[in-house]
Design a protein around this ligand. Structure first.
Ligand code: PEP
Ligand code: MN
Length: 337
């Protein structure tokens, strides 16, 4: 349930409602808009008699939130949530362009890629040090050494780091290096991991599971938020369908649907969602046209030699072309990049 206060309700009236909610054993989520304050009641609020709140001074009305996600819901928090990524606010007018290799492979590879994506206009550097691979015999990532190389690249370029934690025991270590901790598609419903990143003190980039619904994605965001971390960026990275020409199917619909359902920023990964570098620029433009707040794109200086996801990685010059083309679409939808 949310309690909508009257416009210009006094601080005392708001405090009285908050203390009544907390007195009932519920948690409060305050959303202070320009016009009015919305008080979210967090917990199983089905037994609440809404009338008792409607009778309090300064309360305009109460509205039940019927959706299973609460903190993530736009009803609870009508304004956009802006997630800080270094100087950028993801969800604001300027698009987040997160780019870099699938995996950190070597010092020269990550430094060369970081310099190139920075030059082309990226706002953050991606690169996996812990890699969720389908086969246990495939390259698993450089681990902490990979994180150290990312830090070196960040120090040289100024680009903040987005990198994945695959398990609870990696979260503290990854948080030491990452501006944003990525939770991969395969871990979207690893609830213990979601609870742990919810307490890690870092924004989270939560990728949609390849067979997860939009509602399941939002319920996973809710796990992170319920731990007190509201800084969640949602990522559409393609879902599995019967189509075989592409690795996954980009659910472009998810962008406007999510923008309607939630206040959290939404980015699209055209690399994993297509699986082929030839389609990445087109899908990146489609994502921005549909209202995405940013992109996460794989870039490799020598894709044919990549240890993971080479076939979907753009060469630096193609990434520069992507940024140029996306910029024109961004302008058409009143965004910048
Ligand atoms: C990745 O970003 O390299 C990755 C493994 O993505 P996903 O979890 O979306 O498959
Ligand atoms: Mn990848």
């Amino acid at each position: 349930m949310i309690i909508v206060m009257q416009p210009h309700a006094s601080a005392e009236q708001i405090a009285a409602v908050v203390s009544r909610v907390e007195g009932g054993g519920y948690r409060v989520h305050l959303s202070q808009g320009e016009e009015r304050t919305i008080i979210g009641v967090i917990g199983d609020d089905r037994p609440i008699d809404r009338g008792q709140f409607e009778a309090l001074d300064g309360v305009e009305k109460t509205v039940p939130i019927l959706k299973p996600f609460k903190l993530a819901s736009r009803d609870m928090h009508p304004a956009e949530t802006l997630v800080p990524l270094d100087g950028l606010k993801v969800g604001g007018p300027k698009l987040a362009i997160i780019a870099g290799p699938c995996s950190v492979e070597s010092r020269s590879q990550i430094l060369e890629t970081a310099a190139a994506v920075k030059e082309a206009g990226a706002t953050a550097l991606r690169g996996g040090a812990f890699k969720p691979r389908t086969s246990p015999y495939s390259f698993q990532g450089l681990g902490e050494e990979g994180l150290q190389l990312l830090a070196e690249a960040r120090n040289l370029t100024g680009l903040p780091i987005v990198t994945e934690a695959m398990s609870e025991d990696q979260v503290k270590l990854v948080a030491r290096y990452a501006a944003v901790i990525q939770i991969g598609a395969r871990n979207m419903q690893n609830y213990a991991l979601l609870n742990t990143v919810g307490q890690a003190g870092r924004p989270v980039l939560l990728k949609r599971g390849m067979m997860s619904t939009i509602e399941e994605l939002l319920m996973s965001a809710e796990y992170v938020m319920a731990q007190g971390n509201g800084r969640v960026i949602l990522c559409e990275r393609g879902i599995r369908t019967f189509e075989k020409y592409t690795r996954n199917t980009t659910d472009i619909n998810a962008v406007p649907v999510l923008k309607q359902l939630t206040h959290l920023p939404v980015v699209v990964d055209p690399s994993h969602s297509t699986g082929k570098w030839e389609y990445v620029i087109a899908v990146a433009k489609a994502a921005v046209a549909a209202g995405a707040d940013g992109l996460i794109v794989e870039v490799h200086p020598h894709p044919t030699e990549a240890l993971s996801d080479g076939g979907q990685s753009l060469k630096p010059e193609k990434f520069a072309q992507l940024v140029r083309e996306v910029r024109r679409v961004a302008e058409a939808v009143d965004r910048t990049c």
